[in-house]
Write a protein that binds this ligand. Structure first.
Ligand code: HEM
Length: 148
């Protein structure tokens, strides 16, 4: 059993960053997805300031964000099947559902829904970014072994 000293410092950081190949793929996609979604309020702000190019960029951004969301879902399903970690997959499923509603709310101009849901999806994705980078993404059994 690890002592308290062994659980701190670089050894603990290394353990947190450990991931299987499918875990690394998920981390890369979640990171790209997070960067992409931060562009959305910026482009919306450019548009609302009177520059119509902002709406075009927001539309391109919406397609990129949505595509990355579906890629993230595929990667999270693989992590679930290979590593038996359902949590990230269920969280991604909720996020992708919210982004899909967000997309159609944007097209419909339903800003009463689009603006708060936009903030919520960004917060949700940031929490997922923190989750995939702050702990190991490994087979469930190995994780249990580590906690002994
Ligand atoms: C906090 C974040 C966001 C803000 C503040 C925001 C704001 C806006 C605004 C002001 C519009 C223009 C609506 C109109 O003129 O009627 C719009 C349109 C749109 N938004 Fe967002 N949005 C955000 C995030 C997102 C995200 C994450 C997506 C994609 C999943 C998205 C997809 C769209 C789409 C598809 C449109 C329609 C574009 C068009 O008509 O060409 N938005 N958004």
């Amino acid at each position: 059993m690890a002592t308290a000293a062994e659980r701190t410092g670089p050894a603990r950081t290394d353990a947190a960053h450990r991931a299987s190949p499918s875990g690394w793929v998920l981390r890369v996609i979640v990171s790209a997805h997070t960067v992409a979604i931060f562009g959305q309020p910026v482009f919306a702000g450019i548009y609302l300031s009177g520059d119509f190019d902002g709406l075009r960029w927001h539309e391109v951004g919406a397609n990129i964000v949505t595509a990355l969301g579906y890629l993230q879902l595929i990667a999270a399903v693989v992590v679930w099947l290979r590593l038996r970690q359902a949590r990230l997959c269920l969280a991604t499923l909720a996020l992708v559902a919210a982004e899909t509603v967000q997309y159609f709310a944007g097209i419909d101009g339903a800003l009463w829904l689009h603006l708060p849901l936009g903030v919520l999806t960004i917060v949700g994705l940031v929490l997922q970014f923190i989750a995939v980078w702050s702990g190991p993404i490994e087979p469930a059994t190995r994780e249990e072994d580590d906690s002994e």
